[in-house]
Design a protein around this ligand. Structure first.
Ligand code: TK8
Length: 357
């Protein structure tokens, strides 16, 4: 009797998990339908009526400019065609960046807006964006990504079953921690810093004297709350809008890396769409991307003002920033071959052409 009850319970739990009844079921933006299970895209294809469901996965929360831009993407597509129902998710409801990229490769998810850093685990060339202190202003980032170099990097994606549709913006990353103000590279000594799942970031923080640990974004807030890590680094909108001031005391304008967001589409699902459908989705991703960048920069300024009120803000002097840059030089040399010397040279040369450096 007891055994029968337990097995019944287990079936019930599994059934609830499959239907997302576990309390944090991923409800997409204002279209109410729970996401269908996906095998080879058939089930997912069936939206309300004969619309095809296209789901957009984001790791950031529903306050973030990238989520706003994903809703803009939804609007732009749905105002141009009745073929699709765009469902927009946030906070890693479907998956964290790395798992979402794998789902795109399997054809079990359509779109992810992901940082480039996790993608370097699939395509080492993408590690070029993780080389610290190489981009210092947004205009340089735009010109680099919207030019031949950005196009070249998109070209590499097909081999991984991915299609790059647009460069969106995560932004310039800054350090926060709960232990001490960080004004110099020496202040990093022994700090337990969470990094994205990326070898270059790990090496950079090690070189600067910290004690880095890789972790999915979806686990970060709890890790800071529980003291598993002392600190983390992200752009101001993410730090502010994810309420990190509740679990972090100190913030420094390290501005150590510019992280693009990549609007990625599953190649196997993309190939099922008509040319007209592809054009509508591509143009909407590009237009929503420009909206994203503009909003992200507005919000970054507002967020910094709010963070200065709620945290201890330390401005890094040019002298000290030069010491940070010096400390990470070995990392650039170390990873040049794994990324590809030709890619690194083209990246650095393009940036110096743009900046007149
Ligand atoms: C959100 C992540 C996040 C990134 C990180 O999925 O992991 O720290 O900066 O924005 O992509």
């Amino acid at each position: 009797m007891k055994v029968k009850l337990i097995s019944l319970l287990m079936v019930l739990v599994l059934f609830l998990a499959a239907c997302g009844g576990g309390g944090n079921d991923p409800a997409p933006a204002d279209n109410g339908d729970a996401p269908a299970e996906t095998e080879g895209g058939e089930d997912a294809a069936a939206g309300s009526g004969d619309k095809r469901v296209i789901r957009v996965s984001n790791g950031i929360n529903d306050q973030h400019p990238a989520y706003e831009a994903s809703l803009r993407f939804k609007e732009l597509v749905e105002e141009q065609t009745d073929d699709f129902e765009i469902q927009v998710y946030h906070s890693g409801q479907i998956a964290d960046d790395r798992s979402a990229i794998e789902m795109l490769q399997l054809g079990t998810l359509e779109i992810v807006v992901t940082s480039t850093s996790p993608l370097a685990n699939f395509l080492p060339e993408y590690g070029v964006f993780d080389l610290p202190f190489t981009i210092s202003d947004p205009a340089t980032a735009d010109e680099l990504l919207d030019g031949p170099f950005g196009e070249k990097m998109f070209g590499l994606l097909e081999s991984q079953g991915l299609v790059g549709l647009a460069w969106w913006e995560n932004g310039f990353r800054n350090l926060t921690n709960s232990v001490r103000p960080v004004a110099s590279v020496d202040d990093l000594n022994g700090l337990k810093i969470r990094t994205m799942e990326n070898e270059i970031h790990l090496d950079a923080w090690r070189e600067m004297g910290a004690n880095p640990t890789p972790m999915a974004f979806t686990e970060l807030f709890t890790a800071m709350q529980q003291g598993t890590v002392d600190g983390q680094e992200n752009p101001y909108p993410t730090i502010d809008l994810s309420q990190y001031a509740e679990v972090q005391e100190h913030i420094s304008d390290t501005n150590h890396v510019y992280t693009p967001f990549l609007f990625l589409f599953s190649k196997s699902i993309w190939d099922e769409l008509s040319a007209d459908q592809q054009t509508i989705i591509h143009e909407a991703a590009l237009e929503a991307g420009l909206f994203n960048r503009e909003r992200n920069r507005e919000v970054a300024d507002e967020s910094l003002e709010r963070l200065k009120e709620g945290m201890t803000f330390t401005e890094i002097t040019d002298e000290e920033r030069a010491r940070f840059q010096e400390a990470v030089q070995p990392v650039i040399e170390k990873h040049k071959d794994s990324i590809g010397a030709e890619i690194v040279d083209e990246y650095l040369n393009t940036i110096s052409e743009i900046t007149g450096g």
